[in-house]
Write a new protein. Structure first.
Length: 116
């Protein structure tokens, strides 16, 4: 059942994104930002963790999870170190994914040449 839930949640996120792209003049960059903010709001309200429990990887793969990771890290930092922890904890939960993305992008850029 978890596979179906994951497919449904991730599919709905993609459907929402596709509808926004086709019905508005927003660019993919705008949509990316909107989905991160939606993830932030849902995590701030305590709803995104419920989606993760319900959909599993279907909720941890989309870009909305990045917003959730930002908020959860900031809240953990705030609870442990106060206001300065809010800033220090912002990227703690997302740091592994960001580091992997940067390293893989660098390696791919070295191996392949871009076409003009």
């Amino acid at each position: 059942m978890i596979y179906i839930n994951a497919f449904v949640f991730c599919g709905l996120v993609c459907l929402l994104g596709q509808i926004i792209l086709e019905r508005t003049k927003l660019t993919p960059g705008h949509l990316n930002t909107i989905l991160v903010v939606i993830g932030c709001v849902l995590a701030g309200c305590g709803l995104y963790n419920k989606f993760i429990l319900w959909a599993g990887a279907g909720a941890t793969v989309p870009i909305t999870n990045f917003g959730s990771l930002l908020v959860s890290g900031a809240l953990q930092g705030y609870y442990s170190e106060g206001f300065i922890g809010l800033l220090k904890g912002l990227l703690v939960n997302a740091s592994a994914g960001l580091s992997a993305t940067i390293i893989i992008s660098f390696v791919v850029a070295i191996i392949f040449k871009s076409k003009n």
